[in-house]
Each structure stands twice: as C-alpha cells, then as structure tokens.
Design a protein around this ligand. Structure first.
Ligand SMILES: Nc1nc2c(ncn2[C@@H]2O[C@H](COP(=O)(O)OP(=O)(O)O)[C@@H](O)[C@H]2O)c(=O)[nH]1
Ligand SMILES: [Mg+2]
Ligand SMILES: [Zn+2]
Length: 296
C-alpha cells in the first residue's frame, strides 16, 4: 500500500535534498524524482510540492511541483507574495534601486510594498516618496522600528504569503523583521557588484514562524532583469504611464524627447512625477546598453 500524497513548501535545498514543510509544521527531507531532471526542472525554495512520505523515515520523493506564481533566479525562489522594499531618511535613499526593484517585481507579478522606516528621524520623507510614487502601483507604509509606529500594518502584510525584504544596507530591514517576528535576516545586501554581473552562489532559505514566511535573503541580483528586457518594454512596468498608452505621436515611443509625447506632456502638466520620469530615462539607458551587449 502506498502512503497518501501530501503537500508541503520547500524551505531549503542542500545538495540535492529538499527540506519541505507541511502546513502542520512537519519538515520532510525529500529528493526530486528523475523526471524533473530530465525536464530540466529544479525545485526551488518557495515551491509548493506534493510528495509521498516513506513509511519508515522522514524522507521521501517529490512527485509534483505545483504551478509557480512567480520566480526569481538569483537566488532561485518561487511564489513570493510580497516584496518589502525598505528605505529610510538615512542612509540617503537610492531611488534607482527602488525603481529597478519595482520594474523587476512588476515583470514577475510580485506586489511591492514600499516601507519608509526610521520615520522618527524625519517625517518629511513620507511626503517626498508619496509625491513620487502615489501612482507607481505600490502601497506606501511609514513606520519606525524604534517607536513601533506602523508595525502593526506591516505585520499584516508579512502574514500574507511569502515575503522578502529588499533595500540598501542600514535602512533597518533586520531590525524591522526581528521587531515584528523575532526572525533574523541573513547578512548580505543586494550589492552593486552583484548587479554588475558577478555570480553569487548564495541560496535562500524560507524562515517560518507564527504564520510568517520570510525569505532570509536581503536582496536579489537584478542582472537577470536587464539581460531579458527589450528596452521598449521598460515603460510597460510603469503603471502611471498606462493612461497615456497609444497617445504619443510616434509608435513606439520611448518617452525620451520625442515631439508630442503624451508621457512627457503629462509630466510637464504635473500629472507625472518629474523625478520618476528622469529615473526612467536612466533605466532606459541601462536597458539599451544591456540589450546591445546581451550576446557577449
Ligand atoms: N532611528 C531609528 N533607527 C533605526 C530604526 N530601525 C533601525 N534603525 C537603526 O538602523 C541601523 C541599521 O539597521 P539594520 O536593521 O541593521 O539595517 P539593515 O542593514 O537594513 O538590516 C541600526 O543601527 C538600527 O538600530 C528606526 O525605526 N529608527
Ligand atoms: Mg540586515
Ligand atoms: Zn511618448
């Protein structure tokens, strides 16, 4: 008699073994059947899988990987519910990093929540960010890990599916996470070096506690984003540009300096943030460069 199939989430992968957690909190050590290898499918952290437990141990075989909602490849993870992008009055906000993350997340269909931490230091940052990101498709939460302001709302987001943190070093990601969940983030931030093309072998782990599921990584390599994006598609990941689609004189239009461009017109009319559009131009340059060099 074969045991009944069970469902679990992969929390870690080590040397061909996958640690999978059932909803009852049991952790099984599983291996992937040869069929996955033949199909070039590797189970990743966050995957929801079905497995048949062996009857005499806590081992077993992964029989099925359920369809993924989204995937990121460096580190490899799947089924992220929210990306929590943290910024603060200090260190000085890196808005290009935020905009790049928003593009990457949009491209993968991952909802982003922008978290302004250390609001105790300078409440005016919230106004600046709201002015630039009100139409960018991501809710904005002003919080302080120090005073506790807004942590209740952030906790609600963290309880909704798998979450991962992103943002510069020093903005307070670890402090926020441990204040809310008691969990500890791995050191290591998203780095410009990684973004420029160095490979990283780091693997993610899913931390689970009291209904929270958080990836221990504090960032993702953004390299893969530019490797695969046609520059003209970049604008599609700016939700605030959508109302002007098809209204420019030239088609396609990069909204760079073309005459009768509806996006630039909206910016001049104050409907779109000048700063966001200027950074879109910077990212466009980057996307074009990466696209030209993609076969190198
Ligand atoms: N004033 C203030 N300082 C904070 C707050 N949150 C974190 N910090 C401080 O910011 C520094 C960096 O925090 P950390 O969690 O290590 O940042 P991470 O690199 O993003 O993980 C630490 O000294 C924290 O004590 C906050 O809400 N207000
Ligand atoms: Mg940290
Ligand atoms: Zn245009």
């Amino acid at each position: 008699m074969t045991a009944a199939m069970q469902e679990a989430v992969i929390i870690k992968g080590v040397g061909g073994f996958y640690y999978a957690r059932t909803q009852h909190g049991e952790v099984w050590v599983l291996r992937a059947k040869g069929i996955f290898r033949r199909q070039h499918i590797t189970p990743v952290v966050g995957d929801r899988i079905r497995f048949i437990p062996s009857e005499d141990s806590s081992q077993g075989w992964i029989e099925e990987i359920l369809p993924r909602q989204n995937t990121l490849i460096r580190p490899p993870v799947a089924n992220i519910g929210h990306l929590i992008f943290v910024l603060a009055p200090e260190p000085l906000p890196d808005m290009i990093l935020l905009d790049t993350m928003l593009v990457m997340a949009q491209e993968q269909g991952i909802p982003v929540v922008i978290v302004l931490n250390k609001i105790d230091l300078d409440p005016s940052l919230a106004d600046t960010i709201r002015a630039q990101y009100a139409k960018a498709g991501a809710p904005i939460l002003a919080v302080s890990a120090k005073t506790g302001q807004g942590l209740h709302q952030l906790a609600k987001v963290l309880l909704d599916g798998i979450c991962c943190f992103a943002g510069q070093s020093g903005v307070g990601k670890s402090t926020l996470l441990s204040a809310i969940t008691g969990l500890t983030l791995q050191a290591g931030e998203i780095s410009r070096k990684i973004a420029r093309g160095k490979n990283t072998t780091r693997h993610a782990e899913l931390l689970v506690k009291d209904g929270f599921q958080v990836l221990d990584t504090a960032g993702f390599s953004l390299l893969s984003l530019w490797e695969n994006m046609e520059p003209v598609a970049l604008q599609d990941y700016y939700p605030e540009f959508a109302p002007y689609r098809g209204q420019c004189r030239f088609q396609p239009c990069y909204h760079l300096s073309e005459p009768d461009c509806a996006v630039l017109g909206a910016m001049e009319a104050g409907e779109l943030s000048r700063e966001r559009v200027a950074r879109y131009h910077q990212l466009l340059t980057k996307a074009k460069e990466a696209w030209r060099n993609r076969y190198e």
